[in-house]
Design a protein around this ligand. Structure first.
Ligand code: FES
Length: 508
């Protein structure tokens, strides 16, 4: 049957929906396949209710595990439209695709988790009861308790594991968010007797892309990336065991020049020398300042077309994202202070890079910054003069950068902007928020992972038939273009949304 969202069917006041469920019976099937079922959607219906309704209506005998039905036991983990979720908590939707987590399938939605359970046993991820004496308990500091508390409410639903793009697409030794969370918890506990940092490095601590999906799908809201992986990376750097050799250059460049990447001539800021006395300023980010001047120039053109003037102040430095993501945090305070000094008198600070925007909004406040930061799409969405735009006659799709969609909660504004441009046909790709593999130091440290994820993304883009993929992150843009080139689709261009707007405002 066809897979995809379809309109609800109203049948004498009933809301009828179509649900696609993965079926697999090893007695008769060689591999899982999707079956389509139409059921009545009742108020607050969850996935588990929908499966029960399908079983009742069709006598379908779909197998799924569940126990508490209250989001506590973790037994009902499934994939909902490709993301981990609890079947007893997730609202059903028309067109939803329900699949098993990415473990070997036993039947339908029931999977065999014995391999990861064995790994937990092999790593001895539990406290040795023989060591529970009072002396050890006295070693527990408030800091230890605070750190373990952040990551200990896991209910073993494996939603993070099932959603992690590196686990899903890369055949590599990587414990993923589930094991990293566990290791971080025991690393903070002085009663534990193992070297959890060394184990995390062996389990692939530097193979995480920082996409944040593990946090987004966790029913207990555990920030595995920040409170486990970034934390372990920070400890690794303090103990001289991290980062990867390829990450050292970011820091060396920042120490020498304030920028994480080297300039190839004058920087964008030096070239434009743009001081208009505006209360709105641009935070350029290292890529635009030292490499992608044309994106900065496009922004100036677009703002000019809309009668908006901004400052692009000198003295700004890297946001520190490459350092924070790889654990090299010892000079981040210095970077935050320098940027605060430069931007403190502005009402609004604009970003045109998702990674910079997320770092300024989410990390800098921990270092005492309180700037009013806006992504360019948030800023422009209600200010564009569409009468001045020309027809572009093109088909585009949109890639949600992880640090924009999940990092800043911005998904609607860029799509609204695309819809405002005359002649632009917008085609949504299957999973627009699936990580492209550019972040977390992966592109430098594990380029093979970055490329595999980029090619996955490229195939999804190709399937839309779009002529270009639009985004707001220079790192995603580069990596996705590499993926498109690698699948021989150099004709499809990865562009910043500002470049597309520049074309719309360009005079013939
Ligand atoms: Fe227990 Fe869903 S049935 S968490």
């Amino acid at each position: 049957c066809l897979v995809g969202s379809e309109m609800c069917i109203r049948d004498r006041g009933k809301v009828m929906i179509k649900v696609y469920v993965s079926r697999f019976d090893r007695e008769v099937d060689s591999e899982p396949h999707l079956e389509c079922y139409e059921i009545e959607q009742t108020p607050q219906m969850k996935v588990l209710d929908a499966i029960n309704a399908i079983n009742e209506k069709y006598d379908a005998d779909i197998s799924i595990r569940s126990s508490c039905r209250a989001g506590q036991c973790g037994s009902c983990g499934i994939l909902f439209n490709g993301n981990g979720a609890l079947a007893c908590q997730k609202d059903i939707k028309d067109g939803a695709i329900i699949e098993p987590q990415n473990f070997p399938v036993i039947k339908d939605l029931i999977v065999d988790k014995s391999q990861i359970e064995q790994e937990v046993k092999d790593l001895q991820l539990s406290l040795n009861p023989q060591r529970h004496d009072d002396d050890l308990n006295e070693n527990l500091t408030p800091e230890n308790i605070k750190n373990t508390k952040k990551v200990r409410s896991c209910i073993e639903c494996y939603s993070c594991f099932a959603t992690c793009p590196v686990i899903k697409f890369i055949k590599t030794k990587f414990g993923g968010p589930y094991i990293m969370r566990y290791l971080s918890k025991f690393e903070s506990d002085p009663r534990d007797e193992f070297d959890r940092l060394d184990e995390s490095l062996k389990e692939g601590l530097y193979k995480c892309t920082s996409c944040g999906k593990c946090k987004a799908v966790c029913p207990k809201d555990i920030n595995t990336f920040g409170d486990a992986i970034e934390r372990l990376r920070e400890i690794a750097c303090k103990e001289g065991k991290g980062p990867l050799p390829e990450h050292v250059a970011f820091k060396e460049n920042i120490e020498k020049t304030g920028r994480s990447i080297k300039a190839e001539g004058p920087s964008f800021i030096e070239e434009v020398k743009n001081d208009n006395g505006s209360k709105i300023a641009l935070f350029t980010g290292c890529m635009v300042d030292n490499k992608l001047h044309h994106i900065g120039e496009a922004l100036i053109d677009v703002l000019e077309a809309n009668g908006i003037t901004i400052d692009i102040p000198e003295g700004q430095v890297c946001c520190g994202s490459p350092l924070i993501r790889t654990g090299q945090t010892d000079m981040v305070q210095e970077l935050v202070d320098k940027n605060n000094e430069v931007f403190r008198d502005y009402d609004t600070v604009l970003t045109i890079c998702a990674g910079c925007g997320s770092t300024l909004k989410n990390d800098h406040p921990k270092y005492g910054s309180n700037l009013n930061v806006m992504d360019i799409s948030e800023f422009l969405v209600d200010k564009l003069d569409t009468d001045k735009m020309k027809e572009l006659n093109t088909t585009v799709t949109w890639h949600d950068p992880c640090h924009l969609g999940r990092g800043q909660g911005i998904k609607g504004q860029p799509r609204d902007i695309l819809e405002q441009i005359p002649g632009v046909t917008f085609k949504e790709m299957k999973y627009p928020c699936q990580c492209c593999g550019a972040g977390g130091g992966i592109k430098a440290g594990h380029p093979e992972i970055a490329m595999t994820l980029a090619k996955e993304k490229a195939k999804m883009i190709e399937d839309t038939g779009a002529e270009s993929v639009i985004t707001i992150c220079p790192f995603c843009q580069y990596n996705i273009q590499d993926g498109l080139d690698a699948i021989d689709r150099e004709d499809i261009k990865a562009m910043n949304i500002i470049e597309l707007l520049q074309l719309a405002y360009q005079k013939d």
